[in-house]
Design a binder for this molecule. Sequence first.
Ligand code: FES
Length: 511
Amino acid sequence: MITRDGAYVSLWQEMPVYQTQNKPTFTELYDVIIVGGGITGISVGLLLQKSGLKCLILESHNIGFGTTSGTTAHLNTLLDTPYTTIQKNFGRENARLVATAAREAIHLIRYHIEDYRIDCGFEEAAAYLFSQDEKQSRELEDIAIASEEAGLALSYTSSIPVAIPFEKAIRVEGQAKFHPLKYVYALANQYEAAGGTILQYSRVTNTNEDDEIIDVESEAATFKTKRLIYATHIPPTVNLLHLRCSPWRSYAMAVRLEDDHYPEGLCYDMHDPYHYYRTQIIDGTKYLIAGGEDHKTGHEPNTEKCFRQLESHIRQYFKIREVAYQWSSQYFEPADGLPYIGHLPGHSENVYVATGYGGNGMIYSSVAAIVLRDLIVQKESIFADLFSPSRVKPVAGFANFIEHNADVAKQFIGKWFATETLDEMASLAPGEGKVVKYNGEIIAVSKDSDGTLHAVSPTCTHLKCSVAWNLAEQTWDCPCHGARYDAEGNVLTGPASRNLEVIELRTLSRV
Ligand code: FES
């Protein structure tokens, strides 16, 4: 089974680790190095490799370690950011262009599945958005008008595929669903068959863009490339995009039902945060996948509670026989509602990024593949301006922000703390973690299921914010830009590229 950036196992995770075929050449000058082996990195790698460019994908863990195996895999043109908001922020023409991009993404995925005969449970389905009170109904009417203007085929409907009371509902055609990891593995195979190379378990630790040729230092070796793409959710180092994307967590469950009331379409209520439902069949077993209870990363003190709330919500409308899987996952919400895909501001012209997908990572990863392929191969894309990361204006106070946070950095090098005293003071149950003050120092301390205590510096190595314990996923999560670390301080999710400082604990009897 592959590993993921959290303690819970997702519905997609029970796959063997991807076995690479090709070995990297350490002396080669690559045309493109892609950092990140999730659905974005693999999709863009395949398109570029097929265009004749020599690519290397560097992944710090196994393929699909991040959100690709934590998604609920809705393929929709009815996006999380309503077309009302897109029209308001970007105008009607651009809203049509966004819908076109989302449609092209589904076409690309369908084309890959048909062309490569990928067995990934892909099915076309309609999407249903339904209101449950007067205010939501007014909002739904506005969304329906804006979505139609953007080019979506929709109609009002008097029935929805879930037994949830509603006032009004729209049905949108041309959506789909699939098993994301099976799809990504098949693309990775095609990418390698076309001559591309993947290196797993090799974190990128540094890059040097001083010359036209970019040096990419990884745990395995230093590679050289003409172009670099960050497909890592949020780019590492310090970048204005960190202030324009906020990290969020979403919760999901895959449950088996007592009866056969599995919904046929993709369904969404209009609460804030909203709930979403769909069905997937894996190896002959049907699962209802439901999700919601989203919150900003590091802002919820009891993440287990989110699962309980989600489960009781599902139990209101479905007869659950078994909760087969539950997991949470991270996404990055863009400030103005659209992702950032293109040249990474503040870097040399051959450095690109794709991030800020909101809850539509399955769609925007393929949009990113199309846009980046076109920008690199043809030097232009009809979507370039729309998704340009440079639409970000300089943010006032950014330098102060960095300075302020740098002030709270604390070094523990050479210091040690007594395990017994810290244990007694933190008073943790197995699985719990806390940021505590001890002997005048601030320490992030957690206890694993065996009762072993771990202590790390709570200072995030990205821009020095203080991390918070995620009880459900047993991780330290940074509320500022979403970096995540395991209990021992190892980086699970960027933008941090260095581990939390480990604090030495000594058992007094052995001192
Ligand atoms: Fe930026 Fe932690 S992720 S400070």
